[in-house]
Design a protein. Sequence first.
Length: 159
Amino acid sequence: MIDSIDFAGLTAAAKHLNQLSDSFHATLTKIQYEIISLGVGLEVWLTDRETVIPDSKQLYANVVTGWTLGLTKCDGAWCIALRPAQVDDFGKGDVELSENREEITPLLEAPRDKRIAALKLIPALVAKLNAEAKRAAKVMDEALEQAKALDASLSDIPF
């Protein structure tokens, strides 16, 4: 005989979990919107070994497989996303990102456990975006100066 099943308890727990999950998802959506609305327009991935979140199942003792976080375009729209990555413990420990872009998963479409784990990586992603935006601005500033110099030299040519 089946013991009594606490469907009422399960119903209440599931409702509470879904409310929390919906609120968490809405907050992540807002964070992503705020980052994207800055218009940085640079694809950036976290590549420090500390930013690789390991998978629960490891295939090789000397290689940590998992995923990392980045800002990229998926289906033509900017998003925060997860990308498979691995770290070789025998070498320098460099992070290798998966070359297969089809394996990239938008954060908001990732499973709940990965969205929760990714939350701790968002400050590092913002810091890297800041550094990369400053680097790109310096390159753009130098290119602009060169373009202006070229334009000025061309204006001296009689047509």
